[in-house]
Design a protein around this ligand. Structure first.
Ligand SMILES: NC(=O)c1ccc[n+]([C@@H]2O[C@H](COP(=O)([O-])OP(=O)(O)OC[C@H]3O[C@@H](n4cnc5c(N)ncnc54)[C@H](O)[C@@H]3O)[C@@H](O)[C@H]2O)c1
Length: 349
């Protein structure tokens, strides 16, 4: 059976989804919905055979639409996904799934009740780089994984309904969650609101895991250059993934530290091992094509999803806890600054 696809939201990301679903066997893009006339016009010009709708309800009422892809602002994800599931449609939501874990749990329950597929587009899981790294970690080549250290920074698109934590962190959280099976026991987060009060544009987040492992995330909309880098430290080897490096995306360093007790002195002496650097070939393909194909296969019952609603919920739970810590940190630092300002003004009076 050919799956009829409706795409809600034809802004920046929506056209990429339409293009990829258009090229995916086993499905047919039937309709695009967007309240902006200019977006509907753009969709109709590129894909004249697709119907366009200003009102999402009209798209959802189409019987030929079996599955809905939601690429709208995050604040609309939950209500649109509820409506789509209640209309009996399968749903693929853009990251992050929604704005709270309560909303995410409700969506999971609705999907269960209506026996429909609920998936979240954690696009990076379908990149050649993440698939290659997953294979390397599974092979044991790196040894025990001690840490992840990521940098996802650029001059950001400031959005009204999201801060840089909710915009950028879903990528890294979903990647790390895919790469290791471990439980987060504590989260720390701090940040800065340089451009808009109350909207952090720089966030530093640390996740601590049950098994002596740590992940650190540097997220920013305030960087003059774009950096997409993840360092993975293992007890045997270390790996750096630079997603913007077209030739050598992944480098594996046969570097390490071994500690030896000295016989004569009560000292532990580190010995550094500086070995070869190896760069495996990373398959190049558009990750969204993999996401589209996966969604269709999951709907057909051919495979289980690697990015189902429960994975989306997990990412939202981590974001929610991090946001709580971030709020506490912002309040604490604002109080410290106010105290310093008060002291300085009292001294100068
Ligand atoms: N997976 C990725 O790598 C990736 C990359 C970029 C964006 N995204 C996600 O895609 C989503 C959209 O981001 P964007 O950058 O395209 O935003 P955008 O603002 O450029 O586009 C959103 C579009 O949705 C439309 N819209 C608003 N309300 C609607 C409704 N009720 N029904 C139908 N359309 C509606 C808007 O008119 C707009 O055209 C976000 O969740 C974002 O996080 C994911």
């Amino acid at each position: 059976m050919t799956i009829g696809i409706g795409v809600l939201g034809y802004g920046y990301w929506g056209p990429n989804l339409v293009r990829n679903f258009w090229a995916t066997p086993g499905c047919r893009v039937v309709a695009v919905g967007d309240p902006r006339e200019i977006a509907r016009k753009a969709a109709a010009e590129t894909f004249p055979r697709i119907d366009t709708y200003a009102d999402s309800d009209d798209l959802l009422a189409r019987r030929e639409v079996d599955a809905v892809v939601i690429a709208t602002p995050i604040s609309t994800h939950y209500s649109l996904a509820c409506k789509a599931l209640d209309h009996g449609k399968h749903v693929l939501i853009e990251k992050p799934m929604c704005q709270s874990s309560a909303q995410a749990e409700d969506l999971l329950a609705r999907a269960r009740r209506s026996q429909r597929v609920l998936m979240v587009d954690h696009t990076f899981l379908f990149t050649g780089a993440v698939q290659t790294i997953a294979g390397i970690i599974r092979s044991g080549e790196l040894g025990r994984i001690c840490y992840f250290d990521t940098m996802r920074v650029n001059l950001g698109l400031f959005q009204p309904d999201v801060n840089c934590l909710w915009d950028l962190a879903p990528h890294d959280l979903s990647i790390v969650d895919y790469l290791i099976d471990d439980e987060v026991v504590a989260i720390e987060a701090t940040g800065y609101c340089h451009m808009n009060t109350g909207t952090p544009d720089m966030v530093f987040m640390t996740l601590h895991y049950a098994s002596e492992r740590v992940s650190h995330f540097n997220l920013s909309w305030m960087s003059p250059v774009k950096i997409r880098r993840m360092t993975i430290g293992g007890t045997n080897k270390m790996l750096i993934w630079d997603d913007l490096d077209q030739d050598q995306k992944i480098k594996i360093y046969d570097h390490g530290i071994e500690l030896h007790a000295e016989e004569q002195r009560p000292l532990i002496v580190p010995q550094y091992r500086i070995g070869d650097i190896h760069s495996p070939r990373v398959p190049i393909s558009e990750a969204l094509a993999g996401v589209a194909e996966h969604f269709v296969e999951v709907i057909h019952g051919e495979t289980l999803s690697i990015m189902d609603g429960s994975k989306g919920l997990r990412v939202v739970q981590l974001l929610e806890t991090a946001q709580h810590q971030l709020d506490k940190s912002l309040t604490h630092i604002a109080a410290q600054r106010a105290a310093v300002a008060w002291r300085r003004s009292a001294m100068s009076a």
